[in-house]
Design a protein around this ligand. Structure first.
Ligand code: NDP
Ligand code: 8X3
Length: 258
């Protein structure tokens, strides 16, 4: 009997949260992983834990197109034969209402969550088409449900969700699968980053909520990627049971007639 071929995935944002858990889940399942991020020490930890044959560190800032291209170009065999791209690197910055938001933070979210994601996808598409591979884009419930202070973050994730559907259309007939994963509350470094390092704010958001974990999201990515090749999950929305929907807000003017 022929041994099953080892597949390779590339995960952005592999130094933390969903990305790190995804690398760990896929390596445990027999894949090899290209693990990307800016914090080289964390990528080295992954290599030490799982071995050089299974994890290839790839250090670059996703917003730096030249660095990204150089890093992808330098991938050694067999890590250059990609079967799956997980576009996971991303962030939210701030929770201020639009009228008080910091424009630099808005631009950083757009540069990271949108521009870098499309640049890397465009770069890797020929390889993915050649191997009838797959793309998993990490979007968010914020793509669909607005909330106060979500403004540009939600906008970037709506882009990611809609781009995923558009890619499905364009890749029709190529065998390449595309999925948008849309998680809600999950405990990672996400809130620490969003609040500029406010550990108290992060801890109190998750306290008592039994949020999802990186491992939960990694498991859903694993499931999507390992379905039979004739099946495509277009979008997958996940929340912890503790999270659900609230109503619309209504601002009442004191003294206004009914
Ligand atoms: P983390 O903050 O734990 O991880 C974010 C990852 O993105 C890190 O590995 C970080 O790597 C990487 N990253 C951020 N900016 C850059 C950059 N400029 N260049 C390279 N890498 C970058 O958060 P999560 O794991 O929660 O977030 C992963 C994705 O999931 C994001 O897209 C987020 O929007 C999305 N998401 C998160 C949810 C949650 O509740 N946690 C819910 C829904 C979606 P490094 O800093 O080392 O470069
Ligand atoms: C992260 C989930 O609800 O904080 O994308 O926007 S939320």
């Amino acid at each position: 009997m022929l041994a099953p071929m080892t597949k390779t995935l590339l995960v952005t944002g592999a130094t933390s949260g969903f990305g790190r858990a995804t690398v760990e889940r896929f390596v445990a399942g027999g894949w090899r992983a290209v693990a990307c991020g800016r914090r080289a020490d964390r990528l080295d930890e992954l290599v030490r834990a799982h071995g050089e044959a299974n994890v290839c560190p790839c250090v670059f800032d996703v917003r730096d197109e030249a660095a990204m291209r150089a890093a992808i170009h330098a991938l050694p065999a067999p890590f250059d034969a990609l079967d799956l791209l997980v576009n996971n690197a991303g962030l939210a910055l701030g929770t201020a209402p639009a009228q008080r938001a910091d424009l630099a933070q808005w631009k950083q979210m757009i540069d990271t969550n949108v521009t870098a994601l499309v640049t890397l996808t465009h770069t890797l598409l020929p390889r993915l088409v050649a191997r009838r591979g797959a793309i998993v884009n990490v979007s968010s419930i914020a793509a669909t449900y607005p909330y106060p202070g979500g403004n540009v973050y939600g906008g970037t994730k709506a882009f990611v969700s809609q781009l995923s559907l558009g890619l499905r259309s364009d890749l029709h007939g190529t065998g390449v699968r595309v999925t948008s994963i849309e998680p809600g509350l999950a405990e990672t470094e996400f809130t620490l980053v969003r609040t500029g390092g406010d550990r108290g704010a992060s801890d109190s958001l998750y306290a008592g909520a039994h949020p999802m974990t990186g491992a939960d999201i990694a498991e859903s990515i694993w499931w999507v990627a390992n379905l039979p090749p004739h099946l495509n999950v277009n979008r997958l929305e996940l929340m912890p049971v503790s999270q659900s929907f609230a109503g619309f807000q209504i601002h009442r003017q004191p003294g206004d007639p009914a």
